[in-house]
Ligand binder design. Sequence first.
Ligand code: 5AD
Ligand code: FES
Length: 355
Amino acid sequence: MNILDDFACLNTAAILAWLREEDPERLKSLWKAADSVRKANVGDEVHLRGLIEISSYCCRLCGYCGLRADNKGLERYRLSEDEIMTCARQAVDYGYGTVVMQAGEDYGITCEWLAAIIGRLKAETPLAVTLSLGERPDEDLVAWREAGANRYLLRFETSDADLYALIHPTHAGRLSDRIAMLRRLRELGYEPGSGVMVGIPGQTYANLARDLETFRALDLDMIGIGPYLSHPATPLGQGEWTREVTPEDQVPNSEMMTYKAVALTRLLCPQSNIPSTTALATINKARGRELGLMRGANIVMPNLTPPKYRALYEIYPAKACIDETAQECRACLHGRIASIGRTVGKGPGQRIGKG
Ligand code: 5AD
Ligand code: FES
């Protein structure tokens, strides 16, 4: 029997069963299926997307994130236009096709300032430009798209509305509807990306199964999945803002559960770009990146942030790559990709079958 027959009908019950699967032989068959679907749909190339963490300021209070506005223990920074352009030129030199500009939700990043930088990036480099700047107002998204931005990443974190509301306080009375924002981004001509954390306190298996089905329904360009990692300077890290779920229902924030979610996502969204995330590399520094790439992922995001700022972008503690230079991350990832018999992708890494 073809190995993929087992996965032909991934309905909710089958997804749930795989998430709870513990038999090593069965799991091997899951990794194998995800790897072959990855190869058939997005090939052996691993695309590198250079990550520039342009600001650690944030006005939001997400219950899990170290950049939350209330974390007064963190020194904040914002890159200058020159610093961003230097990182971008480095991306070109290193052969990266894309830069991802990520920050907290920082209104010190004004619409006009960033639009001018996007314009320069598009005029002066061949890079695809991805933004990951939180829930910005519609006019900002419109202006940045007009300036030339290609993609926007906004994780919905969990598809369970109650859990979402529990860990994401509203800002300035605005309703937060990330799914609606992802649809709007597509309408504006962005390639939308999203993702979730695995093992958020209060997240059930049924919640996670629904997250994966939501990926399928949204038809996303990029899907980032990483383990939830506890940060002591956050409410969740201090055991607050939690809801009662039974221990049998609670999803563990484990490495293994993350691989299961990545592999199932590949089966459900064969053509999406799936990164092997930094959070995964953080819980298994030796082999996390490689195992992610061998179990469905096809993207990595080497860090281009100037070293003096790296440790300040502390979403969670002990983040991988905080002591490395951009050059070291590049060499490290090239080595890891080669070690598993894959090649480094060239160009912007557009989705197959999409413009
Ligand atoms: N653990 C793991 N991932 C986190 N993120 C934020 N805080 C944490 C944490 N404590 C993830 C979120 C966010 C992305 C940029 O980082 O999913 O969307
Ligand atoms: Fe940064 Fe390996 S990717 S050190």
